[in-house]
Design a protein around this ligand. Sequence first.
Ligand SMILES: *Cc1c(COP(=O)(O)O)cnc(C)c1O
Length: 383
Amino acid sequence: MKIESLLIHGGVDGDQETGAVSVPLYLTSTYKQDGIGNNRGYEYSRTGNPTRFAAEKLISDLEGGHAGFGFASGMAAITAILMLFKAGDKILLSANVYGGTFRVLDKIFLNFKLEYELVDTSDLSQVQAKIDPTVRAILIESPTNPLMQVTDIQGIAKLAQDNNILTIVDNTFMTPYLQRPISLGADIVIHSATKYLGGHSDLIAGLVVVNSSELAERIHFIQNATGGVLSPFDSWLLIRGIKTLGIRMDRHLENTIKINQFLLKNPAIDKIYYPGQSDHQQADIQEKQANGAGAIVSFELNASYNVNKFLTSLKLITLAESLGGVESLISHPASMTHAAIPLAIRQQLGIKDNLIRLSVGIENVDDLISDLEQALTAAQGVI
Ligand SMILES: *Cc1c(COP(=O)(O)O)cnc(C)c1O
């Protein structure tokens, strides 16, 4: 099956018993047992729930993995993955990784002596230089948030395999519709399904896909032991959202390409970060490993424009955290998504105060461009 069909019929397709075309929502905590040690595949809903299983099987099918796991949030999924490791192990991390991933490592896992180090993973030689016997995993995002740096997933996976290290890819920005890291050699794929997979800004969810039965067993143990599971209702909503991922992404991409062209021509914009732009440093790698450049575009506003005035003058585009919904959302990374990262590191990473991140929605693109235009006019020359 091609991905467009898999999005709709993958995982558990409807209900065998009744013929319902929508997967049933099992709101139950526990399951009747038919005798001692004799259950029908389910015992307790932290351990397993049929609706959650349908979402887990669906993401596993979409990513081409061995098994999938549903968590209460992207951060719960990342936390579960980090529990694969122990004190003294080290994780190499893409330098401008999601702020929450940095925070959980820096403020929580470091207390348990799980070490981390930030590396520019877009440069394979820098990654190679950081590999020592304590390094147990490389956790990458590609493209990164918000500077849209691209990492060669295949190159990282090769380096990791040669050193017996796990490759973990946060695939939130691309989704399996555009990029399938397991086919590029990754061991584990993570999603904040809150974003494109859910797609409607109405749920918080995290997903994990692994490429082997050994990892599946370990993640299932962690999921059950620590309990950050995805609820049946959110699993059901997520499955519903995923069905339209293909058509949503097509429109997201189409709109983003037009907005990128508008920004390129606009003197108010000093710099644009979008891997679909031919002068982007890793445009060729993006083209090789994904079926599109995604729908997040970041840009720096010229000093003669007031950032706050611009953001507050938008009428259609919403100033908010998050991304990947049908509605266009805009954010100010330095004070919002990346506020948890200390100023010095933020500056070193290049997340400036005039940097703006736009998650392009699926509205009419002319309406979006008009909104950007009027807000830029309002912000010009305002101190
Ligand atoms: C949002 C996000 C997360 C965290 O996911 P939540 O669902 O908000 O917990 C992790 N990684 C990336 C790339 C994200 O955008």
